[in-house]
Structure formats: C-alpha cells, structure tokens
Design a protein around this ligand. Structure first.
Ligand code: TA6
Length: 282
C-alpha cells in the first residue's frame, strides 16, 4: 500500500487484509490503527499531537534504546518514538520500517544501530509486530525496549488483565516490588506496573464489549500494565482528564528482566502477535 499523508501531514502506511486494516506512521514507527471487522482496537488520544519530535499519544509507539528511564538517556522511553523512520518494504498486508543511527541519535546515545519494525496483518485479523535491533558499531551495546500499546476499552472499569497472577512486579509509581496475588489486574486507580519474566500469553478482557484481546509475545521478557487514572491524565496535555477511561496499556517489554547486550554486528529480535475475539454471549 502506498505511503499517504496522515494527520499533521505526517506520512503513514495503510495496510489491509480481508476484514482487518492497520495504519503505521513513519513518525516513531507508531501503529495508530488496527481494525478488525471495522472495530478500532487501538486508542489514540483525541488530543494527540502529530508534530515531531513529540511522540504520538496512543497506538503503539516504539520505545528504544530504553524503556522508561531504564537507560542513560534523559528522554523517557528513548528517542525511537520521536524520530522519523523510513519505509524499507511495503505490501498490501505488511510493511517494514527502518531507523538507522544518525548524528542526532549518536549525540544522545553513542552507539551505531539499525532498527527494523515489521508489521503484518494475519488471517482472521491478527496483527504481528516484530522489532529487530542490529548493532552496526564496533563496540558492544546494551538497551531496553518496549512496544508501548494503548488498547481501546469500553471503559477502564470493564477492563481486566489475565495471566500475571503470582508474578513479581515493580510498581512504577513507588518503585516497590511486590508479588501479584490477584487472579486478574483491575484498575481502581492509577496502575503502572512492570511484571518481571511475564508469560508469553497475556489477555486483556473487556466485559463492556464481551471481548478478549490476546497478546502472544516472543523475545520480550516482561510486560507493563498502565492506566494513569484521572489526576495524572489531567496533567498530560495530549491526553487530559476526559479521555483516560478509554484505554489500557498492556506492553511487551524488555525492561526489568535486564537489558539486552549486543556485541558488534549482533542482532536481536522480539515480536508480539495481537489477536482479538468477541466472547460467546454469556
Ligand atoms: O508504560 C508506562 C509508562 O512508563 C508510565 O510510567 C507512563 O510514564 C507512560 O509510560 C507514558 O509515558 P510518556 O513518556 O509517553 O508520557
């Protein structure tokens, strides 16, 4: 599919396959839409700014060379989500974007690299994202990374995340480490947790839509669950107090389990497949 101008005149790739479609901005390699049967499954803030270098608030931005502040940069989540990627391959149902180190990135992080983001729509509407990191320098490098998903929910009070029971997690609001004894993660208030060594399969249930979204991650050790609740959302100019109830972030991350170490010339890949289903009427 061609590259077309999106919001703010920023270029985006449009993918489609049967009942599914997706849109991927070259800015930050940010997936901003994934529809199955016409239903939008990602959340993008109505106040999102399509104005580089600001990251698009929502969808699935790429976090590299660090997740959160788990790295040397002062920029939370690194610079990949604030930078223009290039199209390396594009087809009707898949594409591959590339970001290569530049003077600007080397000034922030002294490691030559090439990033690749491959996105493909699968039969039945599933979507897969694969992030590849190549150390194109002559020195070893370390990084953390994440695919920072914002999934649309009918209301945060209807959302629950299944599959994390019994795991250790870091509460990013306090820095404390706990073990999650609950059967599911719910959102009575701000929830910002990094689950360490999370299982490959994690489910986001929405009782309001009688639906379940399955994430199947490979290569990402951890999982992050986040909703800011009203007070923090109100402090975010590109979100605001009126929109925080419409999403839950369930992110595949290589974060608290430890940074990835790559020797010169080595590569690392990790992927997530997202599947969406409506549950049988109960
Ligand atoms: O993934 C959760 C998180 O790390 C939260 O702590 C919150 O900061 C969120 O990311 C959004 O970060 P951003 O830099 O996009 O405002």
């Amino acid at each position: 599919m061609p590259v077309v101008p999106g919001k703010g005149g920023l270029p985006k790739v449009v993918l489609s396959s049967g009942e599914a479609s997706a849109e991927l901005y070259l800015h930050g390699a940010t997936l901003t839409s994934w529809k199955v049967g016409g239903e939008e499954l990602l959340f993008v803030s109505p106040k999102a700014l399509y104005a580089p270098p600001k990251a698009i608030r929502g969808g699935v931005p790429a976090c590299f060379p660090q997740f959160a502040m788990l790295g040397p940069l002062q920029a939370q989540h690194g610079f990949a989500r604030n930078t223009e990627w290039q199209v390396a391959e594009e087809g009707a149902a898949s594409c591959r974007l590339v970001l290569e180190s530049s003077e600007a990135t080397l000034a922030q992080w002294p490691h030559p690299f090439r990033l690749e983001m491959a996105v493909s729509l699968h039969a039945g509407g599933a979507l897969q994202q694969e992030l590849t990191v190549v150390n194109t320098g002559e020195q070893a490098m370390e990084f953390t990374a994440a695919l920072h998903t914002y999934f649309s929910v009918s209301d945060v009070s209807n959302a629950s995340v299944v599959g994390l029971k019994g795991l250790q997690y870091v509460d990013n609001t306090s820095g404390s480490t706990s073990t999650d004894a609950a059967d599911v993660v719910t959102f009575p208030g701000e929830v910002d947790r990094t689950y360490i060594a999370a299982p490959a399969a994690i489910k986001l249930r929405d009782s309001g839509r009688n639906s379940v979204l399955l994430l199947h991650k490979r290569g990402f050790a951890d999982a992050v669950v986040w909703n800011p609740a009203e007070a923090k959302a109100a402090s975010m100019g590109d979100l605001g107090a009126e929109h925080w109830r419409g999403f839950v972030c369930v992110e595949a991350a290589q974060a608290r389990s430890g940074a990835v170490a790559l020797a010169a010339g080595q590569r690392w890949s990790a992927s997530v497949e997202y599947e969406y289903d409506h549950l049988e009427e109960s």
